[in-house]
Ligand binder design. Structure first.
Ligand SMILES: Nc1ncnc2c1ncn2[C@@H]1O[C@H](COP(=O)(O)OP(=O)(O)O)[C@@H](O)[C@H]1O
Ligand SMILES: [Mg+2]
Length: 326
């Protein structure tokens, strides 16, 4: 599908577009995806809260696993939302990422398999992790403790997705040192790009001093509501700034996506036929195929403005709110 065709459909016929996408994605859901030559460690980061980091981490991870890959989610947020969404017990006594970071426990001792999704595993976060930000300060190699744990973990994995807290503290720095790639979810909302400059500077700092392989490989537009001009404007602005990184697939705002965590499920198992499930399946496919140098068409892609503007700026000129879209 051409971008120019897509924008014509964005505001006019969202149902037709969703139906087309469902047909396209459903036909591919069971197909295998290329295995990366070595484990891709992807840091899902954005210091803004509520932009879809956790939702993206768990659903992309499930999508990749359902395409036949072996995937580990590392929950690095003391709130433990990724653990909850994957149905993983994370009450205070459960061995967790805290034990790995602060006590030096091997990752293998805290990994749990995810029910219902073969090939998907999770390292849970418990409330203990809230103290880790401070406890890490006085520890040896405080920035690279997660990286060391991952390097020492010998199980064959295709992907590790790290769900970061909404801050740029030592937990996020540990993730940035451990990963090669950063995936930034951007909510198609007012002030979408606010604070992004700070995240990008931190990525640069970590790359310069601690991890030369680190780069922003992927940007995913989340909570996209085709009925609003604002979402299309935000999407266009993001695509203008980050033409090479933005996935063609945008994740629609979907009630099913927001309901799934309360059942301890990803949207892929909670409602496999929903547009939310299909969009994450397609995003996962795109993530895997892009890295393998294979083209994808994606879906729900608003059109692209090609000229590059100056650095990321708040979307202050736009204002509206979006309602849920079933
Ligand atoms: N595509 C979506 N459609 C509807 N609700 C969503 C979508 N993505 C995320 N949400 C909801 O938005 C809230 C914030 O998402 P979350 O992934 O927890 O963000 P973060 O991890 O960045 O704080 C959650 O309640 C989540 O269920
Ligand atoms: Mg979160």
């Amino acid at each position: 599908m051409q971008d120019s065709e897509t924008i014509d459909h964005v505001d006019d016929t969202p149902i037709a577009r969703a139906a087309m996408a469902a047909v396209a994605a459903a036909g591919r859901a069971g197909e295998g995806l290329p295995r990366p030559a070595s484990t891709r460690v992807i840091v899902v980061a954005n210091q803004k809260g509520g932009v879809g980091k956790t939702t993206t981490t768990v659903n992309l991870a499930a999508a990749l696993a359902m395409h036949g890959l072996r995937v580990l989610v590392v929950d690095l947020d003391p709130q433990g939302n990724a653990s909850t969404a994957l149905g993983i017990d994370h009450h205070a006594d459960v061995p967790s990422i805290y034990d790995v970071l602060v006590e030096g426990k091997p990752l293998a001792d805290v990994v749990q398999p995810v029910r219902d999704v073969e090939g998907l595993f999770c390292v849970p976060a418990t409330i203990d992790l809230a103290g880790a930000e401070i406890e890490l300060v006085s520890l040896v190699a405080r920035e690279s403790r997660l990286q060391r744990a991952i390097t020492a973990y010998e199980q064959p994995l295709d992907y590790i997705l790290i769900d970061c807290p909404p801050s740029l503290g030592l937990l996020t720095v540990n993730a940035l040192v451990a990963g090669q790639e950063v995936l930034i979810p951007i909510q198609c909302e007012y002030y979408a790009l606010e604070g992004l400059g700070q995240l990008l500077r931190n990525v640069e700092l970590v790359r310069a001093h601690l991890n030369p392989t680190l780069h922003v490989s992927t940007i995913l537009l989340t909570m996209y509501d085709a009925r609003t001009r604002l979402a299309a404007q935000v999407a266009e602005e993001v695509r203008t700034h980050f033409a090479d990184q933005v996935l063609n697939t945008a994740i629609p705002r979907s009630v099913r996506i927001s309901e799934a965590p309360s059942y301890g499920q990803t949207v892929l198992t909670y409602d496999p036929g929903s547009t939310g499930a299909l969009s994450y399946l397609e995003a996962g496919r795109e993530l895997a195929l892009r890295a393998a140098g294979l083209a994808t068409d994606g879906f729900a892609a608003p059109a692209v403005g090609q000229q590059r503007n100056s650095a990321a700026a708040p979307m202050a000129q736009h204002g509206s709110t979006m309602e849920d879209n079933r």
